[in-house]
Design a protein around this ligand. Structure first.
Ligand SMILES: Cc1cc2nc3c(=O)[nH]c(=O)nc-3n(C[C@H](O)[C@H](O)[C@H](O)COP(=O)(O)OP(=O)(O)OC[C@H]3O[C@@H](n4cnc5c(N)ncnc54)[C@H](O)[C@@H]3O)c2cc1C
Length: 338
């Protein structure tokens, strides 16, 4: 297997990976971005058709390039994907597409060894920018026991209502994705949403008040209070990761108005192939959409990635680009999805 040597490898060509590459390029530091997609932005293009960002254009720009269009326009997922692609092209960022990182280990003499689908790379620094939410399906244990006639989808596979089988749709997980999908499904199907209440922003999405609150939420609350640099932020981050973040686009009033039957609970088990909620109700579902994500992969159970990120690596100027303590994405090996 051929081995390349690079100063910095960035795994992932989303916002984090591309903006890191942009900053390194500005500093004149060589780097290479690796990504599984065949086209920059595909991680957004592959979301469901009706998805629009909840962040307005003014908050979506990456360093060095404004997001086109009016400041309060909320881009569609395809507009945002195209922006990422244009960004990589505009700054001629070194992106190698169609390359999956399969393993990341510490090198014998410092640095890291990145094993990819296209060969082996030795790197002084590795930036893991493989994302967080929505890419690593978590399929609950009860999924195996459901009647094979029930269509099962993970939210990462959901694109449009025509994928839903006739009959009731049960959406499991009531954070962003679950609420969005339930809100769309109710237009064509009876829809039951099951999941705990993860809270919601105190202002309605798109309202005039939101225009005042959003800058505060993004630039004060998230930038200075709720971030990983302080205990409060770390605690909140763990909470969001384990239980889901607050609703933004689709709020409780929208769900109630639309007729989504929201059960604040969980799926307790399966009876005769049908899901049973913890209030004892059996849901005669035609489709079950699981809208929960795995936050961290547990090596050996859900994935083959082994990130031995023990802090070794080169020091000095290059240490601006340190590895994060997560393994590369395991989306290729969800526990189960059918
Ligand atoms: C449904 C949904 C809606 C959202 N809406 C918004 C919004 O409106 N506004 C907002 O600010 N945020 C939103 N987010 C959150 C946003 O998606 C993330 O915060 C953001 O995408 C994280 O960017 P990232 O660069 O860290 O990772 P991602 O954008 O997830 O990019 C990950 C990259 O890593 C690559 N990768 C992963 N594993 C490997 C591997 N093993 N080998 C090689 N490459 C790999 C992928 O191919 C991809 O290029 C939303 C998320 C979801 C799921």
């Amino acid at each position: 297997m051929r081995t390349e040597h690079l100063e910095t490898v960035i795994i992932g060509a989303g916002q984090a990976g591309l903006s890191t590459a942009y900053q390194l390029k500005r500093l004149g530091r060589p780097c290479l971005v690796l990504a599984t997609e065949s086209r920059v932005g595909d991680c957004w293009r592959n979301q469901w058709d009706s998805l629009t960002l909840f962040t307005p254009a003014w908050a979506d720009a990456l360093p060095g390039m404004p997001f086109p269009g009016p400041a309060w326009h909320t881009p569609t997922k395809d507009e945002f994907a195209d922006y990422l692609e244009a960004y990589a092209a505009q700054f001629a960022l070194p992106v190698r597409l169609g390359t999956r990182v399969e393993r990341l280990t510490a090198g014998d003499h410092g640095g890291f060894v990145v094993t990819t689908s296209g060969g082996r790379i030795e790197a002084d620094n590795v930036v893991v920018a493989t994302g967080t939410f929505g890419r690593t399906p978590l399929v609950p244990d009860f999924a195996d026991q459901l009647d094979p006639g029930i269509r099962q989808l993970h939210s990462s596979e959901y694109r449009r209502p025509s994928q839903l089988a006739p009959g009731t749709v049960l959406v499991v997980g009531a954070s962003h994705s679950g609420c969005d999908i339930a809100f769309e499904a109710i237009e064509t199907h009876d829809t039951v949403l099951v999941g705990r209440d993860t809270g919601q922003l105190p202002v309605a999405y798109g309202s005039p008040l939101a225009k005042v609150m959003y800058p505060f939420i993004l630039f004060v609350l998230f930038a200075h209070v709720l971030n990983r640099r302080n205990p409060l932020g770390r605690k909140q981050m763990d909470h969001f990761r384990q239980h889901g973040g607050p609703r933004i686009r689709v709020q409780q009033a929208d769900l109630e108005r639309s007729g989504v039957d929201w059960v604040r609970g969980r799926v307790a088990g399966v009876q005769d192939g049908r899901p049973v909620l913890d209030d004892g109700r059996v849901v005669d579902a035609g489709t079950v959409v699981c809208a929960r994500d795995s936050v961290r992969c547990s090596a050996g159970s859900t994935c083959q990635c082994s990130a031995t990120t023990d802090g070794r690596g080169s020091s000095g100027a290059s240490s601006t680009t340190r590895q994060a303590s997560t393994s590369p994405d395991c989306a290729s090996s969800p526990r189960r999805s059918r």
